[in-house]
Design a binder for this molecule. Structure first.
Ligand code: CS2
Length: 498
């Protein structure tokens, strides 16, 4: 006798969910699309989509989300099949809270062709586009924030503006279509961890539009807004284990589960081109200047994650929670944040920096959040500027020590260098600069001074002023030398004692 397969989550199941699973408290059938989201990953499902779901319960309005993916995965067979419904799990050690989020109405796959994305983004129904396209999605030069005109996708899109494949190219084309059809304004809200993300997004779209000519850049200036935002919630890539757990606990299949920690925060610059969802009614904050909030978050929480990730891999540890459970790494990270990072921060209203550090370190200890160190180390070249190099620059300007902050910079280098079998360990890395660093390492061999000289010469990551700074070069060289040795943690210990 065959056992019936468990039912898959979908609208028909909403009225038969177990009591432990909360469901949307509004009439989802009445929800109409009002915004699009580019990059529907675990983070979006745990963050913006949840805030929107909260808002729809409180004040129902036309704010359904159309999700668009221009990079893998294709969600049409998973989230799409489930009519956009998914289980959002909040986990903290042994605590689990399950809720079905209903704010995503449909998902559109636009990997092969730009047309499906352009149709949505240029529709007059869409008043707002939010995006989580990862740091490298902006095709900008990390050290300057300008559009990278040598990026292969940008080269392609400037030659083929009707069939773009980059984020700047797609957004510029969508804005061009809006101008040509209905002329409605658009707010474009970046939710990625880049400093001044609204300014970077505006830079790359504007630079692209300027090259298109035809007055598009002027139209964008007058009709689009690019607010900056600080977003926060730890939401790692979802595993098969997460999907199986939902089936085991609640009795249904869900191929689009998202798992996050309890903490969440969203600070948005009050600069909109038109109507905005009142996310401020459900916990988000609208402010005039996001800068102090993003510095605090990227330098403290993200800085700690990047440090624990690369040093954690070098120490043979799998997850952030394993790295922070290591007494040496825990002591190092706290000392680095308190002694070197905190003094670079400008005060944030209502937030005591030391309390924020404690709270951040507490969040990283959550053992139910299985955040792989390799996941956080992915695209490190796109992350170290805002997480480590900017505070280092501020410290140097103040004439203060950077010995501790230099260790994770060397950690990022060692992570990429050692990925190659030739240098010992070998693990698969994903970073746009991995090839470049490997080529430098091939040429120099294991000579820390030559390695650092070669890597600091990559001026798209390290601005020449910082790269030429002697204190910085020496600190990174000494740390890298130790991290490439047989006992990388001895370097962490040595720096901690200094
Ligand atoms: C992480 C972030 O992978 C990474 O780069 O550092 O995704 C981090 O978990 C979020 O920014 C937390 O808000």
């Amino acid at each position: 006798m065959s056992v019936a397969a468990p039912e898959t989550l979908g609208p028909a199941l909403l009225d038969r969910l177990p009591a432990a699973v909360q469901k949307p408290a509004y009439d989802r059938a009445a929800l109409a699309p009002g915004m699009a989201h580019l990059g529907v990953g675990a983070f979006h499902r745990c963050h913006q989509a949840e805030y929107t779901d909260d808002l729809l319960s409180l004040q129902f309005d036309r704010w359904g989300v159309v999700g668009i993916n221009i990079r893998p995965p294709n969600l049409t067979e998973t989230l799409g099949r489930q009519s956009g419904l998914y289980t959002r799990l909040i986990r903290e050690n042994s605590h689990i809270e399950a809720r079905i989020i209903g704010s995503i109405l449909e998902v559109v796959d636009s990997q092969a062709r730009a047309a499906p994305a352009l149709d949505v983004l240029s529709s007059s129904d869409i008043e707002l586009v939010t995006m989580t396209v990862t740091e490298k999605g902006y095709c900008h030069i990390p050290s300057s924030g300008e559009l990278d005109l040598s990026h292969p996708d940008i080269v392609h899109d400037l030659a083929n503006p009707q069939t773009p494949r980059s984020v700047p190219g797609i957004l510029a084309r969508a804005l061009e279509q809006r101008r040509a059809t209905h002329g409605q304004p658009l707010t474009l809200l970046s939710c990625d961890n880049i400093q001044s993300n609204g300014i970077i997004l505006a830079n790359v779209v504007r630079a692209f539009a300027q090259r298109r000519g035809n007055g598009l850049a002027d139209w964008i200036e007058a009709n689009a807004a690019f607010p900056s935002a600080m977003v926060d919630r730890i939401a790692p890539a979802v595993t098969q284990d997460d999907l199986d757990s939902v089936e085991q606990w609640f009795g249904y299949r869900d191929a689009a589960v998202a798992v996050g920690e309890p903490f969440r925060q969203w600070v948005i610059e009050h600069k909109f081109a038109g109507r905005m969802p009142r996310w401020d009614l459900v916990g988000a904050t609208f402010v005039d200047d996001v800068t102090p909030f993003e510095h605090l978050k990227m330098r403290v929480l993200n800085g700690a994650q990047t440090t624990l990730a690369t040093l954690g891999v070098l120490a043979g540890l799998e997850h952030t929670s394993d790295a922070i459970a290591d007494p040496l790494l825990a002591a190092f990270i706290k000392c680095m944040l308190v002694e070197e990072t905190l003094p670079t921060l400008t005060p944030v209203p209502g937030m005591d920096p030391l309390t924020y550090v404690e709270q951040s370190l507490g969040r990283l200890k959550n053992t139910a959040i299985r955040h792989r160190n390799h996941q956080i180390a992915t695209d490190g070249s796109q992350k170290i500027v805002q997480r480590l190099l900017n505070p280092i620059r501020d410290r140097l300007r103040q004439g203060e020590s950077i010995a501790l902050l230099s260790v994770p910079v060397a950690g990022w280098m060692a992570y990429l260098i050692q990925a190659s079998e030739k240098f010992g360990r070998s693990w698969p890395v994903s970073d746009p600069y991995a090839g470049k660093v490997a080529a430098i390492a091939d040429a120099t061999g294991r000579d820390a001074k030559a390695l650092v000289a070669g890597i600091l010469a990559i001026d798209t990551i390290f601005d020449p002023g910082l790269a030429a700074n002697d204190t910085f070069r020496k600190a990174v060289t000494s740390a890298l030398d130790g991290l490439l040795s047989d006992d990388p943690m001895a370097t962490v210990k040595r720096n901690l004692k200094q």
